[in-house]
Design a binder for this molecule. Sequence first.
Ligand code: ZN
Length: 435
Amino acid sequence: MASDADVPADSAPHQELYPARVVLTTYPSQHGIDPIPLRWGAKTPAERGPVVVSRQQDSLGKRNAIGAGGGSYCIYRALAVAIGALGPNHRPDFRLTEPTNVIGPHPGWTDPEKIVSLDPWGHAIVEHYGDYIDRGIDVRPTIAITKAHIKLAEIDEAIRKGILACDGDIVTADGELKVVKVASEPVWHLPGVAKRFGITEATLRRALFEDTGGMYPELITRPDLKVFLPPIGGLTVYIFGDPAHIPDPTKRLTMRVHDECNGSDVFGSDICTCKPYLTYSIEECAREAQNGGVGVVVYFRKEGRALGEVTKYLVYNARKRQEGGDTAANYFKRTEFVAGVKDMRFQALMPDILHWLGVTRIDRFISMSNMKYQAIVESGIEVVERISIPEDRMPADSKVEIEAKIADGYFTTGAVPTADDLLNVKGRNWDEVAH
Ligand SMILES: [Zn+2]
């Protein structure tokens, strides 16, 4: 097996980094192309086979997936190799990296249609595919499971107010929350993804090829390869309480599925309700675990409704500058003017992680999103109660977003505003934002 030492640490010419002949793409009938069988949804990990996406020399012909490992970070890996900081044939040392907690296997893991956007065996590749690794095949994990303590100002505040107790188990005496965390990178079974969206696999492949700048020609030349590792962000799961309680029908489950909002989640921007929703969910999940149930927060890297922060800020500007100011009436329209759509999160793939966790029923679903709710229910999971954030936790400038969402059909237990009402729900003026 090659090691980092094979490549000079300084700037190696690319002829020494890679074979001189560039393999632009491969074809099913090509000499030396003999992919390891991959049977999505097979009954055992051995029958399913490992996902191999590496283009390292030992693995190129055995590859059974298109794309690159590591989600969006594959580009940084390329940079590291290009500047000589990482050997192109580096192989991870997996010693001591195994999961801290056992999760699954659950029924969805062997159902080819329940999970189509992650590898259900992605956390256990050493356990199930160690023999392939020993034979020189570059198999990489796409899921990792660990444990941690987390501490948040909002949780400290809840403890101070007496609405959350330090029980010494779920919440430590110092106000830290004990969690099990799962990180997952995307692994798409293209026929399953296409079916989920009601389109053909050929259309999906062509769109992925075109809109990544022709980045993955094998989407077109290798119809025999059905799995694609897209260069996008993944997700993180925070579990409060015992993960074994998640599939247990006698235990209550509180859950939030949260889509990334860096401006609010990390920096506390008050134009939306993202961070208050997130911290309220964490508090409710901790409480559910203290009551003998379990809480789960899933955090998806789908910044700004998966439109990205640049689009999001352009929309903020347009909202504040439009005639009549920032009103709930024009909230979605402004996004559509810039992005062409009001939302690109398309929740159809989201329930996969819930099936991976073994979720069959959510007792308390903390979200006002109908798209999330419908995707979950349509995937066969029961939602008992939907919970929206208490009014007193909403930031002042977020009213525009909330009222617009309710009028657009998002879940509420309160009144649905009329068109006239929406014109009167206004955000801060532009000059009040300037600083
Ligand atoms: Zn937000």
